[in-house]
Each structure stands twice: as structure tokens, then as C-alpha cells.
Design a protein around this ligand. Structure first.
Ligand code: GLP
Length: 259
């Protein structure tokens, strides 16, 4: 794992956005795996700005989001479709037919999961997968105990995840209890992965992911098995890492020119 620790969350988000931009500049038809959650808007803001400056076009890029809530139509304001439209797709030149998310309102969510998994494979897989991490170590919506070989499927969300996502729903409206998510096996097939975690609330789980045992108890620890992972952190999210000094030696303040 390449572990980059930046002084601020802003610098960390900029580093992640730069990797996405470079990927698309090098291959305008790149297939991007995209993520939602409160950590991601600063990344998408950088992509929008790079697009506005004329540095990158997403017109031929293809995207696959990690997950979507079961029962929410794409037009629902709390759906991940709506999140992506507001934060990225609606502000850049992504072609609507090239942006993919699971359909949360599909009549048969299991059949929809199989369709989504097959679609990713048909399009040649994901070149760069962007990830956040849940406070319980989930990636996508792969909750603790998810098989490390899992494929896209319906998952029941934990109470902790429902609680964490409640602020994104209107007062009185409960977050759905189920989601369709890419599996851990699906995610691990991406050619490269970049995971962003910021803030003190992620410090413990980041340490488990990087330095803990490979275990379904912390789904993000599965990334230890992937040969091309970059973990991008701010100081607060890196605070519980035992080998922090070593990571700083290899990449001082997140710089990649030293090694
Ligand atoms: C959600 C998403 C995950 C995301 C996680 C962390 O549950 N399904 O993909 O990584 O939240 O979110 P946040 O960035 O808000 O902490």
C-alpha cells in the first residue's frame, strides 16, 4: 500500500482528484469507479474546477458507482444518483449514458445486482476505483462479515451505518435498510484503487485497515491484498497508525518524489 499523509484534508482531496484527472488525461475512455459519502465532495469540486479550466474532459469516460439504496428511485433527493448528479455529473461533461449506478428501485434487486456486475465486466472492468471508508471499516456498503470474495449483491445495512447516514435524510425519513453494493471481490478487480479518509473519526478504522489483520471484520483490510492501492489521509485520520513515522519517511507530507 502506498500511504500518503497530508497536513490538511484539502491537500488530501486535491491529491486524490489529481490521480483521477491524470487517469482520464492519459486515457480519455477510462472507466472510473466512483464513491459517495461526506468525504467525497471536495474531490469532486476539484474535478469540476479542472474541467472548467479546460484541463480534463469526461465526455468519453465511463463511471460505475459503488452502491445505491434499495427502494430509492434515481430521482429521490437522497439517492446516490442525485448525489452524483449534484456533485459531479451535472457540473461536468460526463455523458449520461456512460454514468452507471445500480438502480435502487429495480423490481428485483438481486437481478439488478447481477445485471450491474455483468455490465462492469462487459465494459472491461474498472481502471481506477475511488473509495471512502465507513466508520465500521466498510467499503461501498460491504459491512463487517462481508465475504472478501463477494460480488455485487444486496446487503443489509448495520445500525451503525444507518445512524451515520441519517443526517443525509429528511427529518422523519429513515434511511433504507438495504443497499445494492459492488462486492469486495468486484472492488479488488479494479486495476488501481485510491482510498480517501479524513478526520479524527476515521483514525481507528484506518489503523485497522492498514495495520490490522486481513479480516472480514474490517472489510477495508481486504485492500492489503491489492497490488495498486494508494491510501490518502490527513494528519487526523493517520493519528492511530503505529508506523506513521515510517510512512512519513517514505513520503514526507504526502510527497511522492522522494521514493
Ligand atoms: C457510505 C458509502 C461509502 C462511504 C461511507 C463513508 O456508507 N456507502 O462508500 O465510504 O459512507 O462516508 P463518509 O465519507 O460520509 O464518512
Amino acid at each position: 500500500m502506498k500511504i500518503l499523509i497530508f497536513n490538511t484534508p484539502e491537500e488530501a482531496a486535491a491529491r486524490v482528484a489529481a490521480q483521477i484527472t491524470t487517469t482520464v488525461q492519459q486515457n480519455p475512455e477510462a472507466r472510473l469507479g466512483l464513491a459517495t459519502g461526506g468525504t467525497m465532495p471536495p474531490v469532486y469540486c476539484h474535478l469540476v474546477q479542472a474541467h472548467e479550466r479546460g484541463e480534463v474532459s469526461f465526455a468519453r469516460a465511463v463511471s460505475f458507482n459503488l452502491d445505491e439504496y434499495v427502494g430509492l428511485a434515481p430521482t429521490h433527493p437522497c439517492s446516490y444518483h442525485s448525489f452524483m448528479q449534484a456533485e459531479l455529473f451535472g457540473q461536468t461533461d460526463f455523458a449520461p449514458q456512460n454514468t452507471h449506478l445500480p438502480h435502487g428501485d429495480a423490481p428485483d434487486p438481486t437481478a439488478e445486482s447481477l445485471r450491474y456486475e455483468a455490465l462492469i465486466a462487459d465494459q472491461g472492468g474498472v481502471d481506477l476505483q475511488l473509495l471512502g471508508i465507513g466508520p465500521n471499516g466498510h467499503i461501498g456498503f460491504n459491512e463487517p462479515s462481508s465475504s472478501l470474495a463477494s460480488r455485487t449483491r444486496v446487503k443489509t445495512l448495520t445500525q451503525a451505518t444507518l445512524q451515520a447516514n441519517r443526517p443525509y435524510f429528511d427529518h422523519g425519513e429513515k434511511p433504507p435498510q438495504y443497499a445494492i453494493t459492488m462486492g469486495i471481490g468486484t472492488i479488488l478487480e479494479a486495476r488501481a484503487v485510491v482510498l480517501l479518509a479524513t478526520g479524527a473519526g476515521k483514525a481507528q478504522v484506518v489503523a485497522e485497515m492498514i495495520e490490522g489483520p486481513l479480516s472480514a471484520a474490517c472489510p477495508a483490510s481486504s485492500l492489503q491484498m491489492h497490488p495498486q492501492v494508494t491510501v490518502v489521509l490527513d494528519q487526523a485520520a493517520a493519528a492511530a497508525l503505529k508506523h506513521r513515522a515510517y510512512y512519513h519517511t517514505v513520503h514526507p507530507e504526502g510527497r511522492e518524489d522522494a521514493a
